[in-house]
Design a protein around this ligand. Structure first.
Ligand SMILES: *[C@@H]1O[C@H](CO)[C@@H](O)[C@H](O)[C@H]1NC(C)=O
Ligand SMILES: *[C@@H]1O[C@H](CO)[C@@H](O)[C@H](O)[C@H]1NC(C)=O
Length: 465
């Protein structure tokens, strides 16, 4: 109700100097050497913007104290590292370990408005470590218990998932379901935990990792022909809406359509490799503005009209020390001097732009709009990036071989030679990518995969396409 009210208020004062955008969260990552101090950041957010939530990638006491002192009303999501989960999952010692963590990391900073505790990040993939999958839900339960016992019963517990928790699909939201193996065994009991404890299922929704030159308009909320869902008779003109409704559909199929959905990360970079189309301040603005309208502007999605979602834009600042492709360092919405990189209407006063971005903000429709999330035809293969880290590649092999046939890379198989991790990983990463419907995010593999249009097959080794 509150976001809708704010939207109406904003609409009523449209054009006025004090017009405000809707409340929204941001990821506050600090993998950079040029950022303002946490105190300056907390003060800026609380006094100059309508941003009312931040998500931290750890429980850094300096950050928590900065928010306690300068922004006590901003709610904070704090993250626990993946490696800590098994200690909380242990049957006999887990609860004590969880209470200890809460006592050490949260209790001393009770002035900071921590409302969400995130147990690890993307435990269910793209890279799966079986021990962590097994530990995840027990750890979440112990943390929730520990919070109550340590006097913080209002902190809810969840964990951010990547979108690949959905089974491969044709992009039609009503056909979505969770990945077999995770659906009944992991996600159904987790959804029950969410329902019982009033916490949201959290997903990282990135049309950025699924778009291509053909469906760019569909990915960034620009005018396009839409994707028609024949089962619901709904017409989707945004990939983000389709992703949210796919999650909702999958939850509903397990009987948990009533659990809240939160968006842990969603964003669009302003810069990438020169050859990449669809990246820049205008594209980033159109995506984020469209996403804000859906999540906290009162719009909701076709299957969840009028609903609001607790959402964290990725990201507050560019992070110049992040490894990987150029885009990884360019997801920020503010410059380090606190000026907006582009206008999202999130400044409290004197924002130069409109507080309610128009539905069709861009005058640049592509000449050939296509709504297909993954167009067929035209060879596309997934391979390991040159120089990718060997350990990550080995993890990719271990993971993908749970889903695809890995005999070809075993001794005697057609792709065994050359017998090295780079070559073996490429073969199975491609098999996985093809089997899952060739979404770009199925070739991400923590940034170690890349899509190519040249057939990597050689001699006796035939890559599927
Ligand atoms: C903490 O955040 C919650 C959720 O956004 C909000 O309802 C509450 O008022 C905040 N607490 C303070 C002390 O401002
Ligand atoms: C879906 O919406 C778009 C944009 O409004 C429109 O061009 C298209 O004809 C619609 N498609 C269907 C099947 O309703």
């Amino acid at each position: 109700m509150l976001p809708l009210l704010l939207l109406l208020l904003a609409a009523a004062s449209h054009g006025g100097a004090a017009a405000q955008g809707p409340p929204i969260g941001v990821n506050y990552g600090a993998n950079a050497d040029n950022l303002p101090s946490p105190s300056a950041v907390a003060t800026f957010l609380a006094t100059q913007t309508t941003i009312n939530r931040v998500k931290l990638f750890d429980a850094n006491p300096t950050f928590l104290d900065a928010f306690a002192a300068n922004a006590p009303s901003i709610s904070i999501a704090v993250s626990i590292p993946n490696s800590a989960l098994p200690s909380f999952a242990d049957q006999s010692t887990g609860l004590d370990a969880a209470r200890g963590w809460v006592r050490d990391n949260l209790v001393p900073h009770s002035g900071a408005n921590v409302t969400l505790l995130l147990a690890g990040n993307e435990i269910l993939g793209p890279v799966v470590v079986p021990d962590l999958v097994v530990a995840l839900l027990p750890a979440m339960r112990r943390l929730a218990q520990a919070l109550t016992l340590e006097g913080l019963p209002n902190v809810r517990v969840t964990t951010p998932h990547y979108l690949g928790i959905l089974a491969p699909s044709d992009g039609i939201p009503s056909n979505a379901r969770f990945r077999p193996g995770f659906d009944n065994k992991v996600l159904a009991p987790m959804l029950k935990f969410h329902r019982d404890s009033g916490s949201p299922l959290m997903v990282n929704a990135y049309p950025y990792f699924s778009y291509n030159a053909q469906n760019l308009n569909y990915a960034i909320f620009r005018p396009n022909a839409g994707v028609y869902d024949p089962n619901t008779k709904l017409n989707y003109t945004s990939m983000f809406d389709a992703q949210m409704d796919a999650i909702y559909t999958a939850m509903k199929k397990l009987g948990y359509g009533d659990v809240e959905i939160a968006v842990g990360e969603a964003g669009w970079p302003t810069q990438a490799e020169a050859s990449q189309v669809g990246v820049g301040p205008e594209e980033a603005k159109d995506f984020n503005a469209g996403m804000i309208r859906v999540c906290s502007g009162g719009k909701g999605t076709p299957l969840m009209p009028g609903k609001s979602f607790e959402t964290y834009i990725f990201s507050l600042f560019d992070e110049n020390q992040k490894p990987g492709p150029i885009a990884e360092r360019n997801f920020g919405i503010f410059n380090t001097d606190f000026t907006p990189k582009y206008d999202l209407g999130l400044l409290r006063q004197g924002s130069s732009g409109s507080p309610n971005p128009s539905p069709n903000p861009s005058p640049k429709p592509s000449p050939n709009p296509s709504p297909n999330p993954s167009p067929s035809g035209g060879g596309k293969w997934c391979v390991a990036k040159a120089g990718a880290d060997a350990t990550t590649l080995q993890n990719n092999i271990n993971y993908a071989c749970g889903y695809v046939d890995c005999k070809p890379i075993q001794s005697g198989g057609g792709c065994f030679d050359p017998n090295n991790v780079q070559s073996h990983a490429s073969f199975v990463m491609n098999a996985y990518y093809q089997a899952n419907g060739r979404h770009d995010y199925d070739c991400d593999f923590k940034g170690t995969g890349t899509v190519t249009s040249s057939d990597p097959s050689y001699g006796s080794c035939k890559y599927v396409s």
